[in-house]
Design a protein around this ligand. Structure first.
Ligand code: PLP
Length: 415
């Protein structure tokens, strides 16, 4: 049995946090729910659920268009949330915060606006071998449109980026680096600051896919000096349908809009249209108003716990889970980088990951089984899929024990 402590190092307010999440108080197949699918999407605290309900009850209206009281209230709350996001990312200005549907839309926006207007035949975009499909396919699409080419920085057997190889790919034709801050399939945390410095030394802008990192590490876009940062609200204990693209003001100002419609214009005639200022230039149509307000509530909720507290708790959980997993014969951990977040991807000898996922559900344990929208990672490790347990602020060491006991049961039954 692992000698690591079965609890987080400091007085972590686990009971209070768990009590905030109504979804955790249910039984699945007669067992208490153990929710370990946070990398796909996190559960919501009552503070977020109540904010959404209360916003719809009292303040809802369309925004930026009405002089009536509800219009003003809804606009004020939507824009206050933008400022919460600005503070969360430590961005210099609210104009640099664009509300989108999620990470996928943010990356597509950069590909279709920044990329399509700037990339030329023979230009190169550098990504890595651990990317989510959302940070591969939009670049392939813009490559087809412009004649640019995708270059892929390799990873090693631990699932860590080979930084020297990445650096060698950066050249005079590189027009953008787009890389995961943290991998969803492996848990690897990339040395973002170092990668950005290397790119900037050659004048190359960098987009960080922060879908996985934003819920787990303190992000400071000014300290990182990244040019674009993308994340999704639903993985950050917030609503679905809302996410953020951060972009440096200079870059966003120079970029053309990617969708046309209401809100993103200043004046329209049939002859020509004058576009609106930042960030509205990139927010065509009625946005996800309540969801943006809910995202603000989610950010305030996790900031209320504190980043250091969260990081220490999740670090203790993944260390403990890893140590316990290694005690199980036939269990292979996929993703063993030195720097990693609270994600345990694994396979079991002779048992398909989908069967693992289905079996665990009988124990009330929710994990993800599949390719995790990172098929090239599966190819690299020569596995069809993995089972993935991903931890969040409300998970406990007892839940890790339950997972490990259930895995031992699966091996007894199927192995
Ligand atoms: N990038 C990474 C690393 C992810 O893990 C995900 C979602 O799992 C995405 C991008 C896409 O996020 P969304 O589906 O919220 O747009």
């Amino acid at each position: 049995m692992s000698t690591l402590p079965r609890q987080s190092p400091q007085a972590y307010p686990i009971e209070r946090i768990r009590a905030d999440f109504p979804a955790l108080r249910q039984q699945i197949r007669g067992k208490p729910l153990v929710y370990l699918d946070n990398a796909a999407s996190a559960q919501k605290p009552k503070q977020v659920i109540d904010t959404l309900a209360e916003f719809y009850r009292h303040d809802f209206s369309n925004i930026h268009r009405s002089v009536h009281t509800l219009g003003e209230r809804a606009t004020a709350r939507y824009e206050a949330s933008r400022d919460t996001v600005r503070r969360f990312l430590n961005a210099a200005a609210v104009e640099e915060i664009v509300f989108v549907r999620g990470t996928t839309e943010a990356i597509n926006l950069v590909a279709q606006s920044f990329g399509r207007s700037r990339f030329r035949e023979g230009d190169e975009i550098v990504i890595s071998a651990m990317e989510h499909h959302s940070n591969i396919v939009p670049w392939q699409m813009v490559c087809r449109q412009t004649g640019a080419r995708l270059k892929v920085a390799p990873i090693d057997e631990d699932g860590a980026l080979i930084v020297e190889e990445y650096q060698r790919l950066l050249g005079p034709r590189t027009k953008l680096v787009a890389i995961a801050h943290m991998s969803n399939a492996l848990g690897t945390l990339n040395p973002a600051g170092e990668l950005i410095d290397m790119a900037h030394a050659r004048g190359i802008p960098v987009l960080l896919d922060g879908a996985q990192a934003a819920p787990h590490v303190k992000v400071d876009v000014q300290a990182l000096d990244c040019d674009f940062y993308a994340f999704s609200g639903h993985k950050l204990y917030g609503p679905t349908g809302i996410g953020v693209l951060y972009g440096k003001r200079k870059l966003l100002e120079a970029m053309p809009p990617w969708q046309g419609g209401g809100e993103m214009i200043r004046t329209v005639t049939f002859e020509r249209t004058e576009y609106n200022d930042l960030p509205y230039k990139f927010e065509a149509g009625t946005p996800a108003i309540a969801e943006a307000v809910g995202l603000g509530a989610a950010i305030e909720y996790i900031e209320g716990i504190g980043w250091e507290t969260i990081a220490a708790h999740e670090h203790a959980l993944i260390e403990y889970a890893t140590a316990r997993a290694l005690e199980i014969p036939g269990l292979r951990i996929i993703g063993t980088a030195g720097e990693k977040g609270a994600i345990l991807s694994f396979t079991l000898e002779r048992i398909h990951p989908h069967d693992i996922g289905t079996f665990l559900d009988h124990y009330g344990i929710a994990v993800r089984a599949g390719h995790h929208c990172a098929m090239p990672v599966m190819d690299f490790f020569q596995v069809p899929a993995t089972a993935r347990a991903s931890f969040g602020i409300y998970n406990t060491h007892e839940e890790v024990d339950q997972l490990m006991d259930a895995i031992r049961e699966i091996i007894k039954v199927f192995g």
